[in-house]
Design a protein around this ligand. Sequence first.
Ligand SMILES: O=C(O)C(=O)Cc1ccccc1
Length: 315
Amino acid sequence: MPNRYAYLGPEGTFTEAALRALRPEAPDGARVPCDGVAAVFDAVRTGTVDGGVVPLENSVEGGVTATIAELVNGEPLLITGETAIPVEFALFARPGTVLEDVKRVATHPHALAQCRGWLARRLPDAETHTVSSTAAAARTVSEPGAPYDAAICAVIAGERYGLHALAVGIGDRGGAATRFIYLSRPGAVSAPTGADRTSLVAFISDDHPGALIEVLSQFSVRGVNLTRLESRPTGDKLGSYCFCIDAEGHVAEARVGEALMGIRRVCRDVRFLGSYPRGGEAVETDPPLRPRPATDAEFAEAEQWLARIRAGHVD
Ligand SMILES: O=C(O)C(=O)Cc1ccccc1
């Protein structure tokens, strides 16, 4: 049976575009739309699909709460891939609707947050409603007796559901991009590629001064660059937080492996979410100026030195 992949549906979401970028070989019928982020996680967990794609973070709006909640508290899955794609928003309505007719607009919460300026200028009196995805909004608007007059969605979604564009390029910030992750059931971590990312959740032992510094310093002293840091409530009690961290590098590399061990020592719990190839990023230009981290050779040499000392040599 060919592989099947779950994604935040219905057809026409930005997540579908991300899945197409991550699995370009997947034939039609292999992509399984799900009603929400949690449903994608469940489809992967129960094995009805081989993998799944969900949005993780947006360059303007930040983390996608539903995804992070599943990664932190849900039955564990592994992140085995990622891609980042540009997101451009348009306003679509049933044919015959003009902008002045639009009283109720539906879309995904992240799309709404990124189009607020445009809505305030052009549709100041319209009610806004959030639904499970931009394409779900477009599909609902296309149905007879729809409770909304227009959807904020991708052009491809508006066209897919037979709507017509009232405005395109309505995002408040040009160049917005969203990062999507590919989820697999737990298994072996793929080999390092040289351009990888490692994701984890650190649960600090108790609330004490310097708890976050203790975690972050495990990376900084080993020259590991962080690409995302987000604090999330653990759900246990008010004021109880965990830290969702993305770092450059692969768990098979000494500096990342040692940083993970260091975090394990100072934290109540650590959830390893995966090491996987970085994807979909703009080509890096000049590297940022930062203190020179130790090289891999220096890590290996230091390990040998420690082994010699432990064996009774003093050189
Ligand atoms: O609703 C969609 O189309 C999604 O894939 C989620 C989303 C929404 C807004 C920006 C990026 C991703």
